[in-house]
Design a protein around this ligand. Sequence first.
Ligand SMILES: C=C(O[C@H]1C=CC=C(C(=O)O)[C@@H]1O)C(=O)O
Length: 410
Amino acid sequence: MSRAQPQVAAWPGPVPAPPEQLRQLLTFALRQQLPVAAWRLPGTEHVQLCLSLSADAALTGLPPALTAEAPAGFAFFPFRDSDHNPALFLPAHVYWHAEAPDQLHLDPADSGASQLLAFLATEHTDDLTPLPWHQSTQPVPHTASQQEYYELVETGVDAIKSGQVVKVVSSRAARRPLPAGFDALRAFGELCSRYPRAFVSVVSAPGAGTWLGATPEVLVEVDEQGVFRTMALAGTQALAPGALPHHAIWRQKEIEEQALVARYIVSCFKQLRLREYEETGPRTVVAGQLLHLRTDFAVNLHQVPFPTLGTDMLRLLHPTSAVGGMPKQAALHFLQQHEGYDRAYYSGFLGPVNLPQAGVSRLFVNLRCLQLRPHEAVLYAGTGLTVDSDPEREWQETEMKLSTIGAILR
Ligand SMILES: C=C(O[C@H]1C=CC=C(C(=O)O)[C@@H]1O)C(=O)O
């Protein structure tokens, strides 16, 4: 069904505080079994929300186009597209930004939108009832024991030594009980305050379930100034209490691991015959209690005749060598054969497209995330392997990464 362009409508009735507005919008979406996403961009204060008035409209096959003419919405893509984990694009039938809290962007002539307006106009006395989050219909994934993960790392190192792959990123899932009275929306708020530099999100959709995350990794971004950006993020160490990030010393293993990711991005630019990119780094960056090495890449789209660069790079980059490996196909094949579980939306990508305005899109790699289950959460983390990887260290690294998102379960 085609829909008219959203218009700006006033929030009906008295405008509650933004957290309460967010809860009401989510309540409507979840009770109507509609897909919905809420997010907070790195370095910003305000939450945004995108709601689709039809679950079917969110099912998509292709990665989104990142041009100004493309539909506005929220992309939620799995690591590997499949029937179990469909690629989703939530059209922005309703868009709300806490920066202008009294406004809703929707088509008031649409029957779903008028139902929403009627719902928001009613008094909300049942605000303490738990939100009916979407649940995945997939079984809980296999969670590797320490021994199994050691074996996966050893197999990965052997594959590197035998020349099958240059780098591979192994990962695992872990189950954790939900604390009594756990409220995913409050947890989302806690993630926003704990990790001001992360892209914090909660996505809930039929078929995909509910995912919460605080990721440090930009996949592809086109900003308000028409600048395209991506980054090579890899290498991990704990941020020692009181230590200054720029004093961090990196081992050869991490330097090489990150350099491979940066080289892969350069090879994508080359494939597109684009030479006018700016490269900055690598430098040490903070992500929660962790440090990573990061190289930033930027292209001013006003200076190069490349309007589809965002779309093209998205298709070349996903899954990047920071979550799959190199060469890409060989690494993905290795993971399919040996990883032993379904990553689902972990290490896929997510983020707003043409929101808050046409021509502005921000997609992130879905890292430091969890999937919400009725009484537990499934957490995910991975580590880039090189020929020098040690199983015990890699296990510890996954434990550290799990604790970024795990912090909201304590
Ligand atoms: C795969 C993950 O992180 C990637 C991003 C930064 C550093 C990484 C690393 O040091 O291995 C990973 O490539 C994860 O957090 O699950």
